[in-house]
Design a protein around this ligand. Structure first.
Ligand code: DAH
Length: 359
């Protein structure tokens, strides 16, 4: 027993000097203190010894066990903390890569199409004053079209105190960007201006109190309506599909004259469902259903546009007898919904990654 104990201790001391890593110390612990260790085997022999001897060897074995344990613990403490924890071979958790929000992607795509035509991107102000948001765009205070635009005012007190003070609000459209640019720069101009806008709308599948618009306009000596048509056709064919058609419907906007709303031929049924005969077509014996996107109309509204009203040019100090301009404004959310067949605008804002990851 004496001999075995001595050898064991010497062997441990020799090995102990050599170990340097956390793993090695762990192996040593198993070898000298584990269930199959020599020390443990010696412990199991104790009951075979006579009373007094058993006590004496018991104490010696125990003190060797305590010694080995404390030496190993001491060594572990000295080993670099990092080395104990970092296992470089351990498989990592997959990285969650971020991506552009679908609205940002669509916004960028639209802007880059107009940039190809020579338009420059200029961001307007999200907080506007009443003059830029309304008056300069030929929307007088009492004009009914102002109702749908009257929205988040920021300084009510100023308004109550003095009639002449101008109030500030979260802009209800991107059209005020036209005013800001036209007052700062001289024609020729070709500008595209994206950004957030705010409306006093109840939130539902097709309305949001905040959404995105892109304003575009060009001013020059011989700008006319056909330029507007050409630019919009180029945009629609680049963004939606090369075989898309445009329809201009007369409309009213205070800041353009003449004004129009523009539709594209439905990108799902390609305008077929507007042809009456097609509605009667039977598909495998059943009546063909109306296109769910255009509701059988064959057209989808995408934007408002027109020739910039002479009054608006005048407000910006541009000689309307010399210069003409066209302008248009489109909703980015709506365009994204049409392009990707999304039927609820709220999906853009709920931050549900299951939806966002699809794009
Ligand atoms: N500002 C209009 C709106 O928010 C959109 C618009 C229509 C902009 C016609 C234009 C335009 O520049 O010419 O409803």
């Amino acid at each position: 027993m004496e001999e075995k104990l001595k050898n064991l201790e010497e062997e441990f001391n020799a090995e102990y000097q050599r170990v340097v890593t956390f793993k090695e110390v762990e192996c040593l612990k198993v070898k000298y203190l584990g269930r199959k260790s020599q020390l443990n085997r010696l412990f199991t022999q104790l009951p075979t010894l006579a009373g007094e001897e058993r006590g004496m060897w018991g104490r010696r074995l125990n003190s060797l066990k305590v010694k080995i344990t404390s030496l190993l613990e001491e060594k572990l403490k000295r080993i670099d903390h990092k080395e104990q924890r970092v296992d470089l071979t351990f498989p990592s958790t997959p990285l969650q890569r971020g991506r552009c929000h679908i609205l940002s992607t669509v916004n960028e795509k639209i802007c880059s199409i107009f940039e190809n035509l020579g338009f420059v991107v200029i961001e307007g102000k999200e907080v506007e004053d009443e003059w830029h948001n309304f008056a300069a765009l030929n929307i007088p205070l009492e004009h009914p079209s102002r109702d749908v635009f009257d929205t988040f005012y920021l300084d009510l007190e100023t308004h109550n105190k003095g009639k002449n003070r101008t109030r500030h609000l979260l802009r209800s459209h991107t059209s005020p960007s036209q005013i800001r640019v036209m007052r700062q720069r001289r024609p020729p101009l070709a500008v595209i201006s994206p950004g957030r806008v705010y409306r006093p709308d109840e939130v539902d599948a097709s309305h949001s109190f905040m959404f995105h618009q892109i304003e575009g306009f060009a001013v020059g000596e011989d700008i006319n309506f056909s330029h507007l048509k050409g630019v919009l056709l180029y945009f629609a064919r680049s963004f939606f599909s090369p075989d898309v058609h445009l329809r201009f419907r007369p409309h009213f906007f205070p800041f353009t004259e003449p004004s129009a709303e523009v539709d594209i031929s439905c990108i799902i049924c390609r305008g077929h469902s507007r042809k009456k005969s097609d509605n009667k077509l039977k598909v495998s014996g059943q009546q063909q259903r109306k296109c769910s996107v255009c509701k059988g109309k064959g057209w989808l509204e995408i934007l408002g546009c027109g020739m910039i009203h002479p009054k608006v040019l005048a407000m910006c100090g541009i000689d309307f007898s010399k210069y003409r301009g066209f302008a248009f404004g489109m909703g980015v959310d709506r365009i994204a919904m049409l392009k990707y067949g999304i039927d609820d605008i709220r999906l853009f804002y709920e931050n549900d990654t299951r939806f966002l990851e699809q794009f």
